[in-house]
Design a protein around this ligand. Structure first.
Ligand code: 5AD
Ligand code: SF4
Length: 464
């Protein structure tokens, strides 16, 4: 028997990259690879890269510099190490990467991971292999399985791709160029994935996609399905207790999605709905195709459907021409909505995007200041949101043993981590927790109903 080869993957960026990294592992396992947590003893290192902001892609080149030294050390010890650059930097820069960093053996774009075994062979024969083509047509329908490879269950919660790509062309964003046009997976494929995951112990599904609520995959009758209809279908699958989806565009929120929050208890009351700015002038320059009033109305529609619904968002500060007044409009919007959490970023011009040709008007110093003010406001909203859970009874889906022995950690409907002392067999169940205190972002509590030793909130009913 040959020794298994060791594979180390480092993922940057979004949830889809986390999911893609898992799929790469699942594609390479049959080739005799096992995962290792350190790059030093790996035979194959994959950097699954992110191109969304300059910092994210620069990190890749500094990591590659370090990996070159590791590779040279390995070679001195008679060991061969291959380096793969995958993800959106691979897609955007292609062959430029190998010019800039000679240690790279393979460059592979997000549409081609299922070819990794062949690319490894090609790189061995030819020294290098680069594949960053977009498939000509429907990237899901035209590709043989696995793309996406049937993803293996890893614990209680799993991502499943619903759609990929984006046609919105916000002027600052590289996604339409790196992930391509919006394509939805057929409902039947998603249902298959979710059924298999549920059979293997997964209780929570997060449907992912760069513009997930633009989902329009064909249903069983060949008709386009809405995300709301898909959520209805998935909620019927035995074992599935919680459904989430991310990331949504405010323009694509339809009534079916709003109604899903009202009608399906498994659909969690936390919506990630990026707005980017509170200024209509900036929203227009960003080509967001909605105003701040449209956004507020959308939030109200959600709130009418489910009053305990909470929101998170993304913001960019310092977009070209952003004035102090524009920035104040962003702060005012945040004040008005009240978020459970949000991400905020300094604008970073991305090559090839329309905004990269706009005159940058906001200095780094001003950007830093605006970012700090916005983050302070968001942090205080998040702290208040978490503090409001103390003294309440909240449902928690238990996921795994915590670091402290005897403690089990799970998540609330709002993704807050929650810790209790309890037997490990509660993992995979949703149980009510009486929240007693807050430890930074984590809720600390006790099971509200004494636990007899077997999960009681969900029992698998095979075939039922
Ligand atoms: N500069 C700064 N932030 C950006 N984002 C996307 N592109 C850029 C950019 N060029 C942010 C947006 C998006 C999130 C994923 O990253 O807020 O919603
Ligand atoms: Fe990028 Fe999101 Fe805009 Fe699409 S909707 S272009 S992914 S910011």
């Amino acid at each position: 028997m040959t020794e298994p080869r060791k594979l180390h993957i480092k993922s940057y960026g979004c949830q889809m990259n986390v999911y893609d990294a898992q799929r790469m592992v699942d594609t390479l396992t049959p080739e005799g690879f096992v995962e290792t947590s350190s790059a030093e003893d790996a035979d194959l290192v994959i950097l699954n890269t992110c191109h969304i902001r300059e910092k994210a892609s620069e990190k890749v080149y500094s990591e590659l510099g370090r990996l070159r030294e590791t590779k040279e050390d390995a070679a001195r010890n008679g060991r061969e190490m291959s380096i793969v650059v995958a993800g959106c930097v691979a897609q955007a820069e292609g062959g430029e990467i190998v010019k800039r960093e000679r240690a790279v053996d393979i460059v592979v774009g997000p549409q081609s991971y299922h070819h990794l075994p062949q690319l490894l062979k090609r790189a061995k024969a030819e020294g290098r292999a680069i594949e960053t083509e977009f498939p000509a047509e429907d990237k899901f329908a035209s590709l043989p399985q696995p793309k996406p490879a049937a993803i293996r269950a890893r614990g209680v919660s799993s991502f499943v791709t619903a759609q990929e790509g984006c046609d919105k062309f916000c002027t600052f964003c590289v996604v339409p160029y790196t992930r391509g046009m919006e394509v939805s997976r057929p409902v039947a494929r998603i249902v298959d994935d979710v059924m298999r995951l549920a059979d293997n112990g997964v209780r929570e599904i997060t449907l992912i996609g760069q513009n997930v609520n633009a989902f329009h995959g064909d249903d069983e009758n060949g008709k386009p399905s809405s995300l709301g209809a898909l959520l209805h279908r998935l909620a019927e699958i035995p074992g599935i207790l919680r459904l989430r989806y991310s990331t949504s565009h405010p323009r694509d929120v339809d009534d079916a999605l709003i109604d899903a929050h009202r009608d399906i208890p498994a659909v969690m009351p936390l919506v990630h709905l990026p707005v980017q700015s509170g200024s209509d002038r900036i929203l227009e320059a960003m080509n967001r195709k909605h105003t701040s009033a449209d956004y507020r109305q959308t939030i109200d529609r959600f709130r009418k459907a489910r009053e305990d619904i909470a929101f998170s968002s993304d913001f960019i500060v310092g977009f070209p021409s952003e004035t102090e007044d524009d920035f104040s409009a962003t702060l005012a919007l945040v004040e008005q909505i009240g978020y459970a959490g949000a991400y905020s970023f300094k604008y970073s011009p991305r090559p090839g995007t329309p905004a990269a040709d706009m005159q940058e008007t906001v200095t780094t110093r001003v950007m830093d200041k605006r970012l700090a003010r916005l983050q302070d406001l968001i942090d205080s909203q998040q702290a208040a949101f978490n503090a409001a859970a103390v003294g309440k009874i909240v449902d928690v889906l238990f996921e795994r043993n915590a670091r402290n022995p005897g403690q089990i950690v799970g998540r609330t409907a709002y993704l807050q981590p929650a810790h209790v002392i309890a037997p490990a067999d509660i993992i995979g169940s949703v149980l009510p927790v009486s929240v007693e205190s807050l430890d930074r972002y984590s809720l600390i509590g006790t099971l509200a109903i004494p636990h007899a030793g077997t999960p009681h909130s969900f029992a698998m009913t095979p075939g039922a």
